[in-house]
Design a protein around this ligand. Structure first.
Ligand SMILES: [Zn+2]
Ligand SMILES: [Zn+2]
Ligand SMILES: [Zn+2]
Length: 143
C-alpha cells in the first residue's frame, strides 16, 4: 500500500535509527492512520493482513524501544499501542499522559494536552519507570 504516509514513514524510521523494511513501513502506516488513538493487537493484525506473528511482536517491541510507539492500557487493563509524540526517542519516552477509554465504542485516545505531570505526585525517593493512567467513560462521539 503506497500512500501519502510514505515520506513521513521513511523519515520516522530513519529518525529513530531503524532501517526501513517493507514490514516496518507497513506497520508504521497502520499507526499513522490511527494517530492519537491506541490500538489493540487484534486491530493491528487485522489491518496488516497476512503477516508473521513473531515478526510483528519483535517489530512492536523495537518500535517501543526506539520511541515510535508507547503502550496504553485500555479500560480493561489490556495493553494497546499508540504513536508517540515527536519528542520520544530511543530509551526515552515522554508519554506521561493519561488515556481515555470509551466504554461504548471501545476507542482508547491519547490525552496529550494534559498539563499535569503525574510524576510530581510520587513521593521523593521513588523511581518511576512507567506511568499508566486511564480514564474510562463515554467519549464525545458516543455521548
Ligand atoms: Zn513515547
Ligand atoms: Zn465512544
Ligand atoms: Zn498515548
Amino acid at each position: 500500500m503506497e500512500s501519502s504516509h510514505d515520506y513521513i514513514n521513511d523519515q520516522m524510521l530513519a529518525d529513530h535509527g531503524l532501517r526501513k523494511t517493507a514490514f516496518r513501513k507497513e506497520l508504521l502506516s497502520v499507526f499513522l492512520s490511527h494517530t492519537g488513538k491506541a490500538i489493540t493487537n487484534e486491530m493491528i493484525e487485522e489491518a496488516l493482513g497476512d503477516h508473521d506473528r513473531i515478526t510483528l511482536y519483535r517489530t512492536l517491541k523495537s518500535f517501543e524501544d526506539r520511541g515510535i510507539i508507547h503502550i496504553a492500557m485500555d479500560g480493561n487493563a489490556h495493553a494497546r499501542y499508540a504513536l508517540c509524540g515527536q519528542s520520544c526517542g530511543a530509551d526515552h519516552h515522554h508519554d506521561a499522559h493519561a488515556h481515555f477509554h470509551c466504554d461504548q465504542c471501545g476507542n482508547t485516545t491519547c490525552l496529550e494536552d494534559m498539563p499535569e505531570r503525574f510524576e510530581k505526585y510520587v513521593p521523593q525517593g521513588y523511581q518511576v519507570n512507567e506511568i499508566q493512567v486511564t480514564f474510562s467513560g463515554v467519549c464525545t462521539q458516543c455521548a
